[in-house]
Design a protein around this ligand. Structure first.
Ligand SMILES: [Zn+2]
Length: 340
């Protein structure tokens, strides 16, 4: 089985994002929020069958761990209440996709984070999504300010209540920023990769996993700059008198394979232990074109994993399936439930 641990509903019916725009406009005008959007099952079916499901079939993958559009989370655009409604709308839509296509999608939720608001406020929505909707993880934004990094790092104790709930529910978080409102940082070209890299460095400097040995994070986009600069991070940890990275981070931190060329994927698999790599494509996502050097889609990441000569069949089995089942502790049961 090939499990893609990183997909967003980027093709959601336009009523969905139009509702968010109307909600933001109403907040600005001081008027009452718009009524919930009406989206027909047929619209959802059409968007998935012509989009993500078609690509799954073309590329021979089986299951996508599916979450709301990351850039659409926009935690910096509104306060906690409005973001809570927006998260519910977005997560309910993912739930409908998973109900319609139970073999192909399992849900991961957006959290109603907001700048300056304790992450504790996300616990009710996380519980609702896991306990009632069958979701198996969450996307955690390390910078709800959208590119200005005004909040505390991920190792700050203000995050702890949320982490306690994640551990209790046995769900990991993908550390994933949303859009950027800082014009210095292009969203998917700079802000995403900054977010991945910055989050890893935050984790390196503290003892978060001594407090939460069962907490699990996935760093997407191949871990940002981390694998390429692994020596820098090992060296920084050494200078700070930290233990070896493999001993204090790699039991809890995992990397996806959203690296859109062969040499980068080779490097990821050479530097990061196979146990810590989860297959992903982030399809349909930031990079949608065809690479003229190969004739294949940049985000057809399965080709790169298949082409790494030194990986054994057991290694590929781990990257494609076993690691995802281990990191997303509820995945196997949820899949059985969806197929029963
Ligand atoms: Zn993403």
């Amino acid at each position: 089985m090939i499990i893609d641990c990183h997909g967003h509903y980027t093709t959601s019916p336009r009523e969905h994002e139009a509702w968010r725009a109307a909600q933001i406009a109403a907040l600005k005008d001081g008027t009452s929020p718009p009524p919930r959007p009406v989206i027909a099952d047929e619209q959802i079916r059409e968007s998935i069958e012509s989009g993500q499901l078609r690509i799954q079939r073309e590329r021979g993958t089986d299951l996508t761990i599916f979450s709301p559009r990351a850039a659409g989370m926009g935690h910096h655009l509104a306060g906690a209440d409005a973001n809570a409604h927006w998260s519910q709308e977005s997560n309910d839509l993912i739930h409908r996709v998973c109900q319609m296509f139970p073999r192909n999608f399992v849900g991961v939720c957006q959290l109603p984070q907001a700048p300056g608001v304790s992450p504790e406020n996300c616990i009710p929505e996380l519980r609702r999504c896991v306990e009632q909707l069958g979701f198996i993880g969450c996307n955690l934004n390390p910078d709800p300010s959208g590119g200005y990094w005004t909040g505390p790092p991920l190792t700050d104790r203000s995050w702890y209540p949320l982490y306690e709930t994640m551990v209790e529910l046995d769900v990991p978080a993908m550390i994933h920023v949303s859009s950027s409102c800082n014009p210095n940082f292009h969203a998917t070209g700079a802000h995403y990769i900054n977010g991945d890299t910055s989050a890893f460095m935050q984790l390196l400097t503290a003892d978060l996993f001594a407090d939460f040995p069962a907490l699990r994070f996935i760093i997407p986009h191949g871990g940002g700059a981390v694998p390429y600069h692994w020596g820098r991070y090992r060296g920084l940890a050494q200078d700070m008198k930290r233990p070896l990275l493999k001993d204090y981070l790699l039991k809890n931190v995992f990397f996806d394979t959203c690296v859109y060329h062969q040499p980068g994927t080779d490097l990821l698999a050479k530097v990061i232990p196979v146990e810590n790599i989860l297959f992903a494509s982030e399809t349909i996502g930031a990079v949608q074109g065809i690479d003229p050097e190969t004739g294949h889609y940049y985000d057809d990441t399965r080709r790169y994993i298949d082409a790494i000569p030194w990986l054994t069949p057991a290694d590929r089995q781990r990257i494609y399936e076993d690691n995802a089942r281990a990191v997303y502790g509820r995945l196997s049961n949820q899949l059985n439930h969806q197929l029963s």
